[in-house]
Design a protein around this ligand. Structure first.
Ligand SMILES: *Cc1c(COP(=O)(O)O)cnc(C)c1O
Length: 230
Protein backbone atom coordinates (compact mmCIF):
# COMPACT_ATOMS: atom_id res chain seq x y z
CA UNK A 1 0.00 0.00 0.00
CA UNK A 2 1.25 3.48 -0.81
CA UNK A 3 1.36 6.37 1.65
CA UNK A 4 -1.56 8.08 -0.07
CA UNK A 5 -3.64 4.89 0.08
CA UNK A 6 -2.79 4.48 3.75
CA UNK A 7 -3.79 8.06 4.44
CA UNK A 8 -7.13 7.80 2.73
CA UNK A 9 -7.88 4.49 4.48
CA UNK A 10 -7.11 6.05 7.89
CA UNK A 11 -9.12 9.18 7.08
CA UNK A 12 -12.05 6.93 6.20
CA UNK A 13 -11.65 5.01 9.45
CA UNK A 14 -11.60 8.25 11.41
CA UNK A 15 -14.79 9.37 9.69
CA UNK A 16 -16.55 6.06 10.27
CA UNK A 17 -15.58 5.89 13.92
CA UNK A 18 -16.51 9.55 14.44
CA UNK A 19 -19.93 8.96 12.91
CA UNK A 20 -20.46 5.88 15.04
CA UNK A 21 -19.62 7.69 18.28
CA UNK A 22 -21.08 11.03 17.20
CA UNK A 23 -17.79 12.86 17.35
CA UNK A 24 -16.68 15.66 15.05
CA UNK A 25 -13.49 17.30 13.85
CA UNK A 26 -10.99 14.64 14.84
CA UNK A 27 -7.68 15.64 13.29
CA UNK A 28 -4.99 13.30 12.04
CA UNK A 29 -1.39 13.99 12.98
CA UNK A 30 0.96 12.08 10.67
CA UNK A 31 3.95 11.00 12.75
CA UNK A 32 6.88 11.17 10.37
CA UNK A 33 9.81 10.55 12.73
CA UNK A 34 12.72 8.70 11.08
CA UNK A 35 10.99 8.97 7.67
CA UNK A 36 12.65 10.74 4.74
CA UNK A 37 11.36 13.95 3.20
CA UNK A 38 10.20 12.00 0.12
CA UNK A 39 7.69 10.15 2.30
CA UNK A 40 6.44 13.43 3.76
CA UNK A 41 6.20 14.87 0.25
CA UNK A 42 3.93 12.00 -0.76
CA UNK A 43 1.72 12.60 2.26
CA UNK A 44 1.53 16.32 1.44
CA UNK A 45 0.47 15.53 -2.12
CA UNK A 46 -2.29 13.38 -0.62
CA UNK A 47 -3.52 16.41 1.35
CA UNK A 48 -1.91 15.84 4.76
CA UNK A 49 -0.82 19.08 6.50
CA UNK A 50 0.02 18.24 10.13
CA UNK A 51 3.17 16.28 10.94
CA UNK A 52 4.67 15.07 14.21
CA UNK A 53 8.39 14.73 14.92
CA UNK A 54 10.14 13.31 18.00
CA UNK A 55 13.75 14.33 17.48
CA UNK A 56 14.61 18.03 17.51
CA UNK A 57 17.45 18.07 14.98
CA UNK A 58 15.70 15.78 12.52
CA UNK A 59 12.50 17.80 12.80
CA UNK A 60 14.26 21.12 12.28
CA UNK A 61 15.93 19.82 9.11
CA UNK A 62 12.60 18.69 7.68
CA UNK A 63 10.91 21.97 8.60
CA UNK A 64 13.69 23.84 6.79
CA UNK A 65 13.30 21.61 3.76
CA UNK A 66 9.56 22.36 3.56
CA UNK A 67 9.79 26.00 4.64
CA UNK A 68 8.26 27.20 1.36
CA UNK A 69 4.96 25.52 2.23
CA UNK A 70 3.10 27.75 4.67
CA UNK A 71 0.15 25.37 5.01
CA UNK A 72 2.15 22.80 6.92
CA UNK A 73 1.92 22.47 10.68
CA UNK A 74 4.77 20.91 12.65
CA UNK A 75 4.22 19.30 16.06
CA UNK A 76 7.02 18.37 18.42
CA UNK A 77 5.90 15.17 20.19
CA UNK A 78 9.08 13.80 21.78
CA UNK A 79 10.63 14.39 25.17
CA UNK A 80 12.40 17.76 25.23
CA UNK A 81 15.69 18.50 26.95
CA UNK A 82 16.15 22.09 28.12
CA UNK A 83 19.20 22.64 25.94
CA UNK A 84 17.12 21.90 22.81
CA UNK A 85 14.17 24.13 23.68
CA UNK A 86 15.35 27.04 21.53
CA UNK A 87 15.19 24.99 18.34
CA UNK A 88 11.64 23.93 19.14
CA UNK A 89 10.63 27.51 20.00
CA UNK A 90 12.12 28.84 16.77
CA UNK A 91 10.87 26.22 14.32
CA UNK A 92 7.83 24.27 15.44
CA UNK A 93 4.17 25.36 15.51
CA UNK A 94 3.15 23.09 18.39
CA UNK A 95 4.74 21.22 21.26
CA UNK A 96 2.69 18.40 22.78
CA UNK A 97 5.02 17.31 25.56
CA UNK A 98 5.31 20.19 28.02
CA UNK A 99 5.59 18.67 31.49
CA UNK A 100 7.39 21.23 33.62
CA UNK A 101 7.38 24.92 34.35
CA UNK A 102 11.04 25.39 33.49
CA UNK A 103 10.65 24.18 29.91
CA UNK A 104 7.51 26.30 29.41
CA UNK A 105 9.38 29.34 30.65
CA UNK A 106 12.29 28.73 28.30
CA UNK A 107 9.99 28.18 25.32
CA UNK A 108 8.17 31.42 26.12
CA UNK A 109 11.44 33.37 26.37
CA UNK A 110 12.79 31.81 23.16
CA UNK A 111 9.72 32.05 20.91
CA UNK A 112 10.60 34.66 18.26
CA UNK A 113 8.41 37.78 18.10
CA UNK A 114 7.73 37.43 14.38
CA UNK A 115 6.01 34.07 14.91
CA UNK A 116 2.59 33.50 16.45
CA UNK A 117 2.59 32.10 20.00
CA UNK A 118 3.74 28.47 20.24
CA UNK A 119 0.78 26.11 20.70
CA UNK A 120 1.22 24.01 23.82
CA UNK A 121 -0.24 20.75 25.07
CA UNK A 122 0.51 19.56 28.57
CA UNK A 123 1.54 15.91 28.67
CA UNK A 124 -0.21 13.90 31.38
CA UNK A 125 1.27 10.67 32.74
CA UNK A 126 -2.20 9.16 32.84
CA UNK A 127 -1.24 5.54 33.47
CA UNK A 128 1.14 6.64 36.23
CA UNK A 129 4.14 4.88 34.75
CA UNK A 130 7.41 5.91 36.34
CA UNK A 131 9.20 5.43 33.01
CA UNK A 132 6.97 7.87 31.15
CA UNK A 133 7.21 11.62 30.96
CA UNK A 134 4.23 13.78 31.76
CA UNK A 135 2.85 15.33 34.91
CA UNK A 136 0.44 13.81 37.40
CA UNK A 137 -3.22 14.82 36.91
CA UNK A 138 -3.19 16.72 40.22
CA UNK A 139 -0.49 19.04 38.87
CA UNK A 140 -2.43 19.99 35.73
CA UNK A 141 -4.11 23.18 36.91
CA UNK A 142 -1.06 24.76 38.48
CA UNK A 143 1.05 24.20 35.34
CA UNK A 144 -1.80 25.30 33.06
CA UNK A 145 -2.25 28.49 35.09
CA UNK A 146 1.41 29.40 34.59
CA UNK A 147 1.46 28.52 30.89
CA UNK A 148 -1.65 30.60 30.29
CA UNK A 149 0.16 33.68 31.62
CA UNK A 150 3.02 33.41 29.12
CA UNK A 151 2.38 35.74 26.15
CA UNK A 152 4.47 33.72 23.68
CA UNK A 153 2.69 30.42 24.46
CA UNK A 154 -0.89 29.43 23.75
CA UNK A 155 -2.36 26.71 25.92
CA UNK A 156 -4.33 24.41 23.61
CA UNK A 157 -4.93 21.31 25.72
CA UNK A 158 -3.62 17.93 26.77
CA UNK A 159 -1.69 14.98 25.39
CA UNK A 160 -1.19 11.45 26.72
CA UNK A 161 0.44 8.18 25.79
CA UNK A 162 -1.49 5.67 27.92
CA UNK A 163 -0.03 2.30 28.80
CA UNK A 164 -0.80 -0.08 25.89
CA UNK A 165 -3.85 -2.30 26.45
CA UNK A 166 -5.37 -4.65 23.90
CA UNK A 167 -8.98 -4.64 25.16
CA UNK A 168 -11.05 -1.53 24.35
CA UNK A 169 -12.64 -1.44 27.80
CA UNK A 170 -9.18 -1.49 29.38
CA UNK A 171 -7.97 1.20 26.98
CA UNK A 172 -10.91 3.41 27.84
CA UNK A 173 -10.14 3.59 31.56
CA UNK A 174 -7.18 5.93 31.00
CA UNK A 175 -8.77 7.63 27.99
CA UNK A 176 -11.88 8.57 29.98
CA UNK A 177 -9.72 10.02 32.74
CA UNK A 178 -8.06 12.18 30.10
CA UNK A 179 -11.40 13.34 28.75
CA UNK A 180 -12.50 14.28 32.25
CA UNK A 181 -9.33 16.31 32.85
CA UNK A 182 -9.74 17.93 29.44
CA UNK A 183 -13.32 18.97 30.20
CA UNK A 184 -12.22 20.59 33.44
CA UNK A 185 -9.34 22.39 31.73
CA UNK A 186 -11.62 23.61 28.97
CA UNK A 187 -14.04 25.07 31.49
CA UNK A 188 -11.22 27.13 32.97
CA UNK A 189 -9.32 28.21 29.84
CA UNK A 190 -10.96 29.51 26.68
CA UNK A 191 -7.99 28.68 24.44
CA UNK A 192 -8.22 24.93 25.17
CA UNK A 193 -9.57 22.90 22.24
CA UNK A 194 -7.23 19.95 21.69
CA UNK A 195 -7.08 16.52 23.30
CA UNK A 196 -4.27 14.55 21.67
CA UNK A 197 -4.66 10.84 22.33
CA UNK A 198 -5.03 7.69 20.28
CA UNK A 199 -2.44 5.86 18.20
CA UNK A 200 -2.79 2.95 15.78
CA UNK A 201 -3.97 0.40 18.35
CA UNK A 202 -6.35 2.52 20.39
CA UNK A 203 -7.64 4.98 17.80
CA UNK A 204 -11.27 3.88 17.98
CA UNK A 205 -11.33 3.90 21.79
CA UNK A 206 -9.68 7.31 21.84
CA UNK A 207 -12.21 8.84 19.45
CA UNK A 208 -15.04 7.29 21.45
CA UNK A 209 -13.60 8.95 24.56
CA UNK A 210 -13.37 12.40 22.96
CA UNK A 211 -9.95 12.64 21.35
CA UNK A 212 -9.65 15.55 18.94
CA UNK A 213 -6.28 14.52 17.49
CA UNK A 214 -4.98 11.03 16.79
CA UNK A 215 -1.27 10.48 16.18
CA UNK A 216 -0.48 7.82 13.59
CA UNK A 217 2.94 6.86 12.22
CA UNK A 218 3.48 3.27 11.15
CA UNK A 219 0.05 2.78 9.59
CA UNK A 220 0.78 5.70 7.25
CA UNK A 221 4.50 5.45 6.56
CA UNK A 222 5.27 1.80 7.33
CA UNK A 223 7.65 0.34 9.89
CA UNK A 224 10.45 2.54 11.17
CA UNK A 225 14.05 1.54 10.72
CA UNK A 226 16.03 3.34 13.41
CA UNK A 227 19.41 2.41 12.01
CA UNK A 228 18.66 4.56 8.96
CA UNK A 229 17.58 7.67 10.78
CA UNK A 230 17.55 10.63 8.40
C1 LIG B 1 5.89 7.42 17.38
C2 LIG B 1 4.75 8.07 18.06
C3 LIG B 1 3.44 7.92 17.57
C4 LIG B 1 3.08 7.06 16.38
O1 LIG B 1 3.34 5.72 16.64
P1 LIG B 1 3.01 4.59 15.56
O2 LIG B 1 3.02 3.35 16.35
O3 LIG B 1 4.09 4.62 14.54
O4 LIG B 1 1.68 4.87 14.95
C5 LIG B 1 2.43 8.62 18.23
N1 LIG B 1 2.67 9.41 19.29
C6 LIG B 1 3.91 9.57 19.79
C7 LIG B 1 4.12 10.46 20.97
C8 LIG B 1 4.98 8.91 19.19
O5 LIG B 1 6.21 9.09 19.70
Amino acid sequence: MSISENLSRIQQQIEQISAEYQRENVRLLAVSKTKPVQAIEEAIRAGQCAFGENYVQEGVEKIAYFSGNKLLEWHFIGPLQSNKSRLVAEHFDWIQTVDRFKIAERLNDQRPEHLPPLNVLIQINISDESSKSGIQPEEMFSLAEKISQFPRLKLRGLMAIPKPESEPEQQKIALRKMKDLFNRLQQRFESVDTLSMGMSDDMASAIDCGSTMVRIGTAIFGERNYSQKV
